[in-house]
Structures are given as C-alpha cells and as structure tokens.
Design a protein around this ligand. Structure first.
Ligand code: IMP
Ligand code: MG
Length: 192
C-alpha cells in the first residue's frame, strides 16, 4: 500500500502558517518581475534594512538580472517586544554612496511606518536619482505614520509574525515559512 504523503509538521511555537515556503518563493519571483518593469535593464542600488530583511533581500536579488549594488542599514526598534515602542534608531548607517543612484529600499515588514519613514528620509537627504521602497509584508491597519511602499509582497492582518527573517527576540529568523507566533510566547517574559 502506498504510504500517505506527510504534510510538514508546523513549528510548535507557531499558532498557524500564514505563508508557506513555496508561496513566498512564488511571490518573490513576482516582485522580481515587477522590479524589472520599473528598472528595465538599468543598474540600481539596494539598501536592505537588517536584520529582518536579510532573507527577503537575498532571495529577491537572485530574481533580478540587473546590475545591482548592495548596502545594509541597521535599525533598532523592537527589542524583545511584539509592539513597536518609541522611535527607531539608526545603529549602523550606509557605507556606499547613493548620490545620483537609483535606490531601492527593502524591508521585511511595514508596520507603524516609522522605520521606513526614517530611513527614506535619510536616503533622500543623500540626493539619490530615485528612491523606491519594497516590503515583503504590509500590516496596513497598524500605520501611525502614513506611508505606502511601491512594491508589496503580501498585505497581512494585524498579527505578530515570525520566520523568513522576521524575529521575536532574535529567534525564528531561520524558519522557511512565515507564521503567527503563538500568543503563549508573545506574552511570555522567558526571553530577553
Ligand atoms: P515599523 O517601524 O513599526 O513600521 O516597524 C518595522 C519593523 O518592525 C520591521 O522592520 C520589523 O523588524 C518589525 N516588525 C513589525 N511587525 C513585526 C512582526 O509582526 N514580526 C516581526 N517583526 C515585526
Ligand atoms: Mg526589522
């Protein structure tokens, strides 16, 4: 008798899976095609907000055959909490010159809008030839600062998600899917 195909077990700390690895891959490929429409074959400079956007940036870059330059900017905002508090701060800024360059700013998730507003403002001051923004996830309902990204992977409801680069207290970034963190962990103080 053929053995039934096993569905992969859901991680015990997740309440549910929002996007599977296959769904993410398909959408990232689609975003690559959207970028191509905007940039044609021209060169652009990617600025990735780390750590959250590492996986997304790495995968998206490989969907693009344009010449690209890459730099990362590190922002601190959440600590070990699941709600953004206070003002995000730049912990490590850009190393490459973006003046007169076409810049694509990439983040994992657009939530209150504070982080991307801060980083976009900083890049604009450096006089890029153009600035576009790309986020994998958009929690539109949580915006405190009005901001619309030019390229959005998925619009999602107000749930705290982890995986594919997104963390809770620096954990879960390596999950290949994106899932809702279980409420039990969101409220626990066992980690710092
Ligand atoms: P914003 O400044 O409130 O828009 O927050 C953006 C940053 O908050 C993102 O770069 C993420 O690092 C983090 N963030 C927001 N929502 C989530 C989430 O659901 N899971 C993990 N990180 C999140
Ligand atoms: Mg982040």
């Amino acid at each position: 008798m053929p053995t039934p195909r096993k569905t992969p077990a859901i991680h015990p700390d997740l309440e549910s899976v929002m996007f599977t690895q296959a769904q993410i891959k398909k959408r990232v490929r689609g975003l690559g095609a959207e970028l191509k429409k905007t940039y044609g074959n021209g060169e652009f400079t990617i600025v990735s907000i780390i750590n959250g956007a590492v996986m997304f940036t790495a995968d998206l870059m490989r969907e693009i055959d344009n010449p690209v330059r890459l730099d990362c900017i590190r922002i601190a905002s959440y600590g070990s909490r699941t709600k953004s508090v206070g003002t995000p701060e730049i912990v490590h800024s850009l190393n490459i010159d973006v003046a007169k360059r076409h810049v694509l700013l990439i983040d994992d998730i657009l939530d209150t809008g504070k982080t991307i507003t801060l980083v976009s403002g900083l890049i604009r001051k450096l006089n890029p030839a153009s600035l576009h923004t790309c986020v994998l996830l958009d929690k539109q309902g949580r915006r405190e600062v009005p901001f619309e990204a030019d390229f959005v992977g998925f619009k999602i409801p107000d749930k705290f998600v982890v995986g594919y680069g997104l963390d809770f207290a620096e954990r879960y970034r390596n999950l290949p899917c994106i899932g809702v963190l279980s409420a039990r962990l969101q409220n626990s103080h066992e980690w710092s």
